[in-house]
Ligand binder design. Structure first.
Ligand code: SAH
Length: 379
């Protein structure tokens, strides 16, 4: 839902500010249309359904993987493809992976998104609408466990401020999600900005969207922004974002030559500068940085590469996530044994490391596989 359009439509209709909030709360709770908003007067609902499309994105395709992962293809109003993924876990967690751009201007060699045409930055509403779509897929009535919008929005404190700039107060995770009590009920719990695009190239819109995610039930501590190390955005994130949003860095190779080969952006923003910024984040914010490292057979996966990685990371500041390569046609993925050997080197150096669980591979919904068909761009 285009929140700015909603606000201006309400002003034109002479509506008090609380009405905007009321409508947004319904949408954030997973209402599937204006008609569901029973405390909004019917004539106003009519005005809204004529003037404000319920979503800024149109769903054009949806696939479900064997493991329950759902990948959705959307189109923006001007025809740009956007993909997002819902991951369902047995313990009731529901993670969503959202896109910050249509396509990506960077050209990391192992990532399918970089090979498609770059479209543009997504607006905050286009980012949030990916989350709202999945919020609607999951049942609204989770035995009364749905987060109450009041817990996350404070009308009195936010005054008449714009919904997009109103920071509100970050709710404590326990206030909103009770996977155990809800008996497997399926609220969205986590959000990662690991879909298409480089979030820090689209800094303002990504942060504006992240700040609204608590309304959908996803707290800052359960929100992760992943970056290639785009320094201007990283620096602003460290200096300007007080919410405890998690930071992940796609590292993939410790040596400068190899990293530049895999990720050309390394020539522009070299890894040592990026890691120095990450250390500043750890010192200032008191939170670790998650390092993503995709395991490419024979390319960056030997014990020597692991030793190089261990040498540049401080065990207290970083946590490594080893990512099995998801086929995009460009490389081979490291075997389990290779990944285990690599992890062993990190373990010995006392660098905390885990191996990422792969989800949705059979529908090309896994990391690095998001690449909408180019013909969708022309559609
Ligand atoms: N541009 C940001 C956000 C996208 S995140 C970033 O790169 O951090 C996408 C994550 O998936 C990154 O860690 C990326 O390196 C990883 N990835 C890309 N292609 C992959 C592939 N084919 N297999 C596994 N992981 C991949």
């Amino acid at each position: 839902m285009d929140i700015e359009l909603l606000e201006s439509t309400m002003v034109e209709a002479g509506q008090p500010a609380y009405r905007t909030r009321q409508v947004w709360e319904w949408a954030a709770k997973g209402a599937d249309g204006y008609d569901a908003m029973t405390n909004v007067p019917a004539p106003l609902r009519q005005i809204l359904s004529d003037a404000v499309p319920f979503s800024t994105l149109t769903v054009t395709g949806e696939q479900q993987a064997k493991d329950g992962t759902v990948k959705t293809l959307f189109l923006t109003h001007d025809g740009h493809p956007v993909e997002a993924v819902l991951m369902r876990y047995r313990d009731g967690r529901r993670s969503i992976c959202v896109s910050s751009q249509s396509g990506c201007p960077l050209t990391c060699t192992f990532c399918a998104t970089g090979a498609m045409q770059f479209g543009r930055n997504l607006t905050p509403s286009e980012i949030l609408d990916q989350a709202l779509h999945f919020r609607r897929l999951e049942p609204i009535d989770n035995r009364g466990e749905a987060p109450k919008p009041r817990d996350t929005i404070h009308p009195s404190r936010s005054g008449g401020a714009s919904l997009l700039t109103n920071r509100g107060e970050a709710p404590k995770p326990r206030d909103t999600i009770h996977p155990s009590r809800s008996g497997g009920a399926s609220l969205l719990t986590n959000c990662v900005f690991m879909g298409m695009g480089e979030p820090f190239i689209n800094f303002d819109n990504v942060i504006a969207a992240a700040r609204r995610l608590p309304d959908v039930g996803i707290t800052p501590r359960r929100t992760t922004i992943s970056t290639v190390g785009w320094l201007p955005g990283l620096t602003r994130f460290i200096d300007e974002v007080d919410e405890p949003i998690r930071l992940a860095l796609s590292l993939h190779a410790a040596s400068p030559g190899l990293r530049s080969q895999l990720m050309p952006v390394n020539d522009r923003y070299p890894l040592p500068d990026v890691l120095a910024e990450c250390r500043r984040y750890v010192a200032l914010r008191g939170r670790k940085v998650y390092i993503e490292y995709v395991m490419l057979e024979g390319v960056n996966d030997t014990p020597r590469h692991a030793a190089e990685l261990a040498a540049i990371l401080d065990p207290k500041a970083f946590k490594v996530n080893l990512i099995p390569y998801n086929p995009t046609g460009m490389y081979g993925g490291s075997s389990r044994d290779r990944i285990a050997d690599f992890k062993h080197v990190l373990d010995r150096a006392r660098i905390p490391a885990t191996v990422r669980l792969t989800r949705g591979r059979d529908i090309a919904a896994a990391c690095g596989q998001l690449a909408a068909e180019p013909r969708a761009v022309r559609a």
